[in-house]
Design a protein around this ligand. Structure first.
Ligand SMILES: [Zn+2]
Length: 67
């Protein structure tokens, strides 16, 4: 997957790790189906970021980033 030429950094606050995963999500109360937000995540923070989204009922897709 080459959607971004730059190496993404984990979206978790204060984390500087290179992301291995991309979370695609949206808030269905605010966004239509075309408005997909993206969070990058390292291995360490993937579960925390994903549970943050799923606990709020946001549709969320996890994509592995190739390096
Ligand atoms: Zn991280």
């Amino acid at each position: 997957m080459t959607e971004n030429a730059e190496t993404p950094v984990c979206s978790s606050r204060g984390c500087r790790h290179t992301a291995a995963w991309m979370l695609k999500w949206r808030n269905p109360r605010l966004h239509g189906p075309e408005r997909v937000k993206r969070w990058a995540a390292c291995d360490e923070h993937l579960e925390a970021l994903r549970s943050f989204l799923t606990s709020r009922g946001f549709p969320c897709e996890t994509v592995k980033l190739d390096d």
